[in-house]
Design a protein around this ligand. Structure first.
Ligand code: DAH
Length: 330
C-alpha cells in the first residue's frame, strides 16, 4: 500500500487543474466516494492493526494534499473568473417597468409649457388655510369654499390637505418678483369619491404675471397647449365661470367623441388673476396683470386614452398599467 500511496501522491501533484471542468475531474478521480483516495481508505480499514499504524499517517497526508489542491484551485479559479465572463451572452430577463399613465401625461404637459418658457414650481401638500383659501380671495365663511370639499386636520383647523394647486401661485408670488411664468404640478385632495372623482388626484396650475398680460394671451397659450396634446383638429370652447381668485373667469371645454357622438368635456378653469390676489402677494395690480389656470391631469389622461373609470389609476392592476408599457420606457 505504501507504493500505491506514493504513486497517487505523484498523480495528484502532476494533475493540472486549469478550469472548472478539470477541477471537477480531479475531484472525481481522487476525492469522490469512488475516487482512488477514498477507495484506498476503504482498503485501509481492512488492514491489520500494525500496518494501520505505519500507513495511517502517509495516507492522511495524501488526502490532505489532494483536498488542499482542490480547495486552492477553487480560490485561484474565482480570482481568474473575470476573464471567464462571456460578455456576448444574453442577459437574464428583467421585465422593464413602465411609466404610470398619469406620469406620462404629466410629463407631456410639463414639456409643452416648458417649451413656452414656464418653469416648474412646487409647494406642500399639507397647506395652511391662508395659502389654500384666504390669500386666493376666499376668506373664512366665503361660500366659494363649499366648491371644494376639504380634508381638515382635526387638531389644527388652520391646516388643510390642499384642495388644489392654486396655493403654489401664492407661494411663488410671495417669493419671486414678476415677470413670473410657472406651472405647478402636484397631488391634491378632496373628500369626494366615485367613478370620475377620487379623493386624491393631480392638477397642474399655471401662472403668468407680467406687464400687459391679457385674456388674449391666456386663450392663445391654452389653445396651443391642447393642440400639442390632442392634435391640430381639436375643438375647444370657453364658458364664462366663477373662481374667487380670477376675474373674469372661464372654464375651457374640449370636444371629444364617445360612441360616435360628439361631447364637450371640461378640462380646466382659468381667468385673469384677481387684483386682490396680487395685493395679498405684494404685487401692484396697476403695474402688473396676469392669467392663471388649473387643469386636472386625470381628466386629460382619461380623455387621451379613453379611460372611463378614475379608480383604475390607483388600483395597480398590471393588466391596465401594461397597456402603457410601450410608450416612453425609461
Ligand atoms: N383651483 C381651481 C380648482 O381646483 C382650478 C382653477 C381655476 C385654477 C381657475 C386656476 C384658475 O388657476 O385660474 O377648481
Amino acid at each position: 500500500m505504501q507504493d500505491i500511496i506514493q504513486q497517487l501522491q505523484a498523480e495528484v501533484d502532476a494533475f493540472v487543474i486549469s478550469d472548472a471542468a478539470t477541477r471537477e475531474a480531479f475531484r472525481l478521480t481522487f476525492l469522490s466516494k469512488k475516487g482512488s483516495i477514498s477507495v484506498l481508505f476503504d482498503d485501509f480499514k481492512a488492514l491489520p492493526p500494525d500496518q494501520k499504524r505505519s500507513l495511517g499517517a502517509p495516507l492522511n497526508v495524501l488526502k490532505k494534499n489532494a483536498e488542499e489542491k482542490w480547495n486552492s484551485a477553487e480560490f485561484s479559479q474565482a480570482k481568474s473568473s473575470a476573464s471567464d465572463i462571456d460578455l456576448s451572452r444574453p442577459s437574464g430577463f428583467m421585465p422593464p417597468g413602465s411609466i404610470h399613465p398619469l406620469n406620462l401625461v404629466k410629463h407631456e404637459l410639463i414639456g409643452v409649457f416648458q417649451g413656452l418658457g414656464f418653469e416648474v414650481a412646487t409647494g406642500p401638500e399639507i397647506e395652511t388655510d391662508w395659502h389654500n383659501f384666504t390669500a386666493l380671495n376666499m376668506p373664512e365663511d366665503h361660500p366659494a369654499r363649499d366648491m371644494q370639499d376639504t380634508f381638515f386636520v382635526q387638531t389644527d383647523p388652520a391646516i388643510v390637505l390642499r384642495t388644489h394647486t392654486s396655493p403654489v401661485q401664492i407661494r411663488t408670488m410671495l417669493s419671486q418678483k414678476p415677470p413670473i411664468r410657472i406651472i405647478a404640478p402636484g397631488r391634491v385632495y378632496r373628500c369626494d369619491s366615485d367613478a370620475t372623482h377620487s379623493p386624491i388626484f393631480h392638477q397642474i396650475e399655471g401662472l403668468y404675471i407680467d406687464k400687459k398680460v391679457s385674456f388674449a394671451d391666456l386663450k392663445q397659450v391654452l389653445y396651443y397647449f391642447v393642440k400639442e396634446i390632442f392634435g391640430d383638429d381639436v375643438n375647444i370652447r370657453f364658458r364664462p365661470s366663477f373662481f374667487p381668485f380670477t376675474e373674469p373667469s372661464a372654464e375651457m371645454d374640449i370636444e371629444w367623441v364617445k360612441n360616435g357622438e360628439k361631447r364637450w368635456m371640461e378640462i380646466l378653469g382659468c381667468g385673469m388673476v384677481d387684483p386682490n390676489v396680487l395685493l395679498h402677494c405684494g404685487i401692484d395690480p396697476e403695474e402688473y396683470t396676469g392669467f392663471a389656470f388649473g387643469l386636472g391631469v386625470e381628466r386629460i389622461c382619461m380623455l387621451k386614452y379613453g379611460i372611463s373609470d378614475i379608480r383604475l389609476f390607483l388600483e395597480n392592476d398590471l393588466r391596465f398599467l401594461r397597456q402603457f408599457a410601450t410608450e416612453k420606457l425609461v
